[in-house]
Design a protein around this ligand. Structure first.
Ligand code: HAM
Length: 404
């Protein structure tokens, strides 16, 4: 038997309903905030992700579904959505319209060759939003607020962590301070951290190793080393969150696993889904458009992990809906066929082609959660009528076919 690849899943029935419910809820809320839907290709040139997500990130270093296509091009299945949206933004020359703002939302499959475990898939789905052209910290707040709205509509609890990753003004000095601190305790840090001291020292802060974390308690903190612009934006964000009564925690070790961020970074986590607890993450990335050869454009965005959120969402009870139609005799099928076609103009209809006894039809109606079971038997056929049972009200009736 051929099975789905490790870390990849089929979604059916109640699960796929939950998936669609999450995407629809998030899209409707994002539309209220001015986002319009964007669809970008799953396959992109590998260098797009190398340049945006970053060569030293785990995603690019270890997790890419990268291959050479039949034309000899180095391509990659997207590991995340931001890079493709930024590429599309620049390709459509929207970066040249400097006085305008553009907001895009998307959902779709992302691919990371990670070790699969609960909450961590190799093919997973994100819903994301990217806002271009707005440098104000009010936009960072608005995005966090919007995610809160989405989780509220889905009935999900969470906690929010925020941090500031500084900017090219304050980061180089901080980086030097951090490197000299890390070199001071090099021998006690794990091998991953040692590798990162040279490639991406900020990521050391994010190490999950307990010994490393205990050493990092006394490391220089990003938010104590911000320049005045980053500092006042971060303070403003804290003020806006407090004013809106949104609970949060400042996590000075929150650095995110992608290299394109500056200033605001945030993560929403849930304590109810095990170790892979991040349900959404994002932040500001004011340099990425320029880095991918566009005109400098401030930007901020986020993505949420649909599968992780599916673990937390319970679906509202699905009401019985529409008609199930069947016949007890094969000569009636043609009549039913025409009736079903007409009824489908306004109602959901499931039509059973095989003649069956009434009891079997009632079971069939139950299986598809139909509100009405409509059956034509021998008597009804003779009289030009159809027998209908309302399965919610438990009431039966017989009506003329011409009035059905
Ligand atoms: P990210 O934090 O890498 O950010 O991913 C966002 C969310 O995708 C995570 O919080 C998590 O819920 C989900 N996720 C990530 N990896 C997996 C996996 N292997 N299996 C299941 N779910 C997963 C980004 O991707 C950025 N592009 C977000 C962003 C948009 N920043 C600015 N704009």
């Amino acid at each position: 038997m051929i099975k789905a690849l490790r870390g990849m899943k089929d979604l059916t029935f109640e699960e796929s309903e939950r998936f669609v419910h999450i995407v629809t809820t998030a899209t409707n809320i994002a539309k209220r905030y001015g986002y319009s839907y964007i669809e970008t290709p799953i396959l992109e040139e590998t260098k797009l992700f190398k340049r945006s997500v970053g060569e030293s990130s785990d995603i690019v270093g270890k997790e890419m579904y990268q291959f050479e296509d039949k034309g000899g091009n180095d391509v990659c299945m997207r590991p995340e959505g931001t890079a493709g949206v930024v590429r599309a933004f620049i390709q459509a020359k929207l970066d040249r319209r400097q006085n305008e703002k553009f907001k895009f939302c998307y959902y779709g499959a992302m691919f990371r060759y990670e070790r699969p475990q609960k909450g961590r898939l190799r093919e997973f789905h994100q819903f994301g939003c990217e806002s271009f052209g707005e440098g104000s910290v009010y936009e960072d707040f608005t995005i966090i607020d919007m995610i809160g709205d989405i989780f509220k509509a889905l009935g999900i609890g969470y906690s929010l962590k925020i941090n500031s990753l500084g900017c090219p003004n304050c980061m180089p000095q901080y980086r030097e301070n951090l490197i000299s601190f890390l070199n001071g305790c090099k021998d006690e840090l794990c091998s991953d951290c040692n590798r990162r001291i040279d490639t991406n020292p900020i990521r050391v802060l994010d190490c999950k190793n307990e010994k490393c974390q205990s050493l990092l308690v006394s490391s220089p903190k990003l938010i104590d080393n911000l320049c005045s612009s980053c500092n006042s934006d971060f303070k403003k964000l804290v003020e806006l969150l407090n004013l809106a009564n949104i609970e949060f925690e400042i996590d000075t070790n929150l650095v995110r696993g992608l290299d394109y961020y500056n200033k605001t970074a945030f993560e929403f986590v849930s304590s109810s889904i095990g170790s892979q607890s991040a349900i959404a993450g994002g932040g500001r990335y004011d340099k990425l458009v320029e880095f991918l050869d566009g005109k400098t454009t401030p930007a901020v965005g986020f993505a949420l992990g649909i599968e992780r959120i599916m673990e937390l969402v319970s679906m509202p009870n699905i009401e019985r809906d529409g008609y199930y139609m069947g016949a007890m005799d094969s000569e009636v099928i043609d009549t039913l066929f025409a009736l079903a076609h007409k009824k489908r103009e306004s109602e959901k209809v499931t039509l059973e082609y095989t003649p069956k006894k009434l009891k079997a039809h009632l079971k069939g109606a139950d299986r598809v959660n139909a509100r009405y079971c409509a059956v034509i038997g021998e008597d009804e056929f003779k009289n030009g009528t159809i027998w209908i049972k309302d399965l919610s009200e438990r009431k039966e009736s017989v009506v003329l076919i011409s009035e059905f």
